[in-house]
Design a binder for this molecule. Structure first.
Ligand SMILES: Nc1ncnc2c1ncn2[C@@H]1O[C@H](COP(=O)(O)OP(=O)(O)OP(=O)(O)O)[C@@H](O)[C@H]1O
Ligand SMILES: [Mg+2]
Length: 270
């Protein structure tokens, strides 16, 4: 059965999408079969994996969640090893309005959809949007684990505490949701603000904070601009080492030591 992990932080620009796709790429390279579900109408995770989200015929997470399209019509097999994506774009905003009209089940649409594919992937990574609402809650409700990227700067702890309050609300209304870990991002060596912010995270959350920190490096953003994870773009970059170490910690925490050997699925031809 898949391990379902969402990347969440209601604060914008903390590297949720960047972490989603780079984590997925390294898991794929380490022989795990991975699906990224882009659940943000901005479609950044899709663009970062080279999907043209403006293509008129593209079927996306918005079509899938409302049942307009089948899974096999929305999933794309990327050129990256073991890595599949259900892309997203503006259609997800329309889908949100539709599912909100279902007053009883509106928060469980993604969870229900995932039961159809739970055995097809070893890890499913959901990228979320930076706001609290129906889509965000759907992602939390559908997940087993949350990874919280936190930008290493002054004030980041406040946003994280807010999110944790919301996770606790999900737990009291739905099911347990394990915080797999907090990941410090945009680290700048030698900058006191970054070290102080990391120390604050550790003081508040102890060993839930991943040892790996993601350095600020232009190659990570550059790779995303070219539609590629850093693992495929520049293997000598600090970002490569950082995400590689982070993913090793993720594998250890998930206790998924045995990689897959076979990799088959149906996909949109792109
Ligand atoms: N380690 C890094 N070094 C340099 N640039 C980075 C790094 N991580 C992310 N970026 C860049 O920072 C920007 C924000 O990252 P990203 O889109 O992943 O954040 P996000 O949390 O998903 O944002 P949003 O809340 O809008 O969804 C992007 O342009 C991305 O390329
Ligand atoms: Mg994002």
């Amino acid at each position: 059965m898949s391990k379902i992990i969402c990347l969440a932080n209601q604060k914008g620009g903390v590297a949720k999408s960047t972490t989603a796709i780079n984590m997925a790429a390294f898991l794929g390279l380490k022989d795990y079969k991975v699906l990224v579900i882009d659940f943000d109408p901005q479609g950044n995770a899709s663009s970062f994996l080279g999907v043209n989200i403006d293509e008129p015929d593209l079927k996306t997470s918005g079509n899938w969640i409302t049942g307009e399209s089948e899974f096999k019509e929305t999933v794309i097999e990327t050129k990256f090893k073991n890595l599949f994506i259900i892309p997203s774009n503006d259609i997800l905003k329309q889908a949100e309005i539709k599912i909100e009209s279902d007053r009883i089940q509106s928060l469980r649409y993604l969870e229900r959809k995932l039961t159809e594919i739970k055995n097809d992937f070893e890890v499913i990574i959901i990228d979320t949007l930076p706001s609290f609402g129906t889509l965000f809650i759907n992602a939390l409700v559908a997940s087993d684990y949350v990874i919280i990227p936190a930008k290493l700067e002054t004030g980041s702890l406040f946003g994280v505490k807010n999110l944790i309050d919301n996770i606790l609300k999900i737990e009291s209304n739905f099911h347990s949701l394990e915080i797999l870990g907090l990941l410090g991002t945009f680290y700048r060596a030698g900058v006191k603000e970054c070290d102080k912010s990391f120390d604050e995270l550790v003081a508040a959350f102890g060993d839930k904070v991943f040892d790996a920190k993601i350095n600020l490096t232009s190659k990570i953003a550059e790779a995303a601009g070219f539609g590629e994870p850093v693992a495929y773009y520049d293997t000598r970059n600090k970002g490569y080492e950082d995400y590689n170490s982070f993913v090793d910690e993720v594998i250890e925490r998930l206790k998924i030591a045995k990689p897959v050997t076979a990799c088959e699925t149906v996909s949109q031809s792109k």
